[in-house]
Design a protein around this ligand. Structure first.
Ligand SMILES: [Zn+2]
Length: 270
């Protein structure tokens, strides 16, 4: 079953999960590289600051993205992602988003309505978590390192401790990321994956001496192990490296300069 829906609003292409929209609790969406005002090699909808793109253009793109989602004009909270497991909790709406831009972490969480939180990716797996009962949300950046460190497990636990979230109530929207088709890793790394992720075997396929890693599958397993119901885990089943017209891909750019997509979630005012 297809879990996602593509929308185009004034030239800005975004992706959403209808099952999340149906909760009527949040505004959410995943950006693409379509729309926006950035030029090569960031064309055209780069949403990450300080990557080498013109930050004024990034600010315009961020406004265009938020507008395309129909989110109004919220303050947009992002942090400096470091491939770790640190979680930044936004619990005071009086502290503006700009104060958090240098804060290090790989997940944001809040129970404040009207606060838009976002993570930036170009191959790494973005995961949005929504608790419609206790009304809390999280945005998670799960790359290879974060996935091996089980970041999503840490975030579910934090939401439980901070907001009383029951994992069985949580909904997950797992966005576009690099899939096993395009994610071959060396033997040394494959060994490291096996050592750090006890149940890695199904997510590591060997083919003619090459190893292909399934980050989406790893995070899916982690979400279920953390207590989410399978019916509540929705995937945008698209590979960032397979679709260069739609997505930025760090891998495809061969570690060169490229933009980042944003995955955003915001609690609606009740
Ligand atoms: Zn692919």
């Amino acid at each position: 079953m297809k879990h996602h829906k593509v929308r185009v609003s004034e030239g800005v292409k975004t992706i959403a999960v209808p099952a999340i929209d149906a909760l009527n609790a949040v505004v959410h969406g995943f950006s693409t590289r379509v729309g926006g005002v950035s030029v090569e090699p960031f064309s055209a909808m780069n949403l990450a600051l300080n990557l080498g793109d013109d930050n004024d253009r990034v600010e315009i793109n961020r406004r265009l993205f938020v507008k395309a989602l129909g989110a109004g004009k919220p303050d947009l909270y992002t942090i400096r992602q470091t491939h770790g497991t640190r979680i930044v909790q936004i619990d005071d709406a009086r502290i503006p988003a700009v104060e958090y831009r240098q804060a290090q972490g790989d997940a944001l969480t809040t129970n404040l309505p009207g606060i838009a939180i976002g993570v930036l990716t170009a191959d790494c797996v973005p995961i949005l978590l929504i608790d419609p009962v206790q009304r809390a949300v999280a945005a998670v950046h799960a790359g290879r390192q974060g996935s091996l460190l089980r970041i999503v497990t840490h975030v579910v636990r934090r939401m439980h401790d901070a907001f009383g979230t029951e994992p069985a109530h949580l909904r997950a929207a797992v966005g576009p990321g690099i899939e096993a088709c395009c994610y071959d890793i060396g033997e040394k790394l494959a060994r490291h994956v096996r050592e750090s992720f006890p149940r890695a075997e199904p997510f590591l396929q060997e083919e003619d001496g090459a190893y292909f890693l399934d980050l989406r599958g790893m995070n899916h397993t982690d979400l279920l192990a953390a207590g989410l119901r399978e019916a509540h885990v929705h995937h945008v089943d698209l590979c960032t490296a397979c679709e260069p017209q739609t997505f930025y891909s760090y891998r495809r750019s061969r570690g060169g300069q490229t933009g980042r997509m944003m995955s955003l979630v915001m609690l609606k005012e009740q």
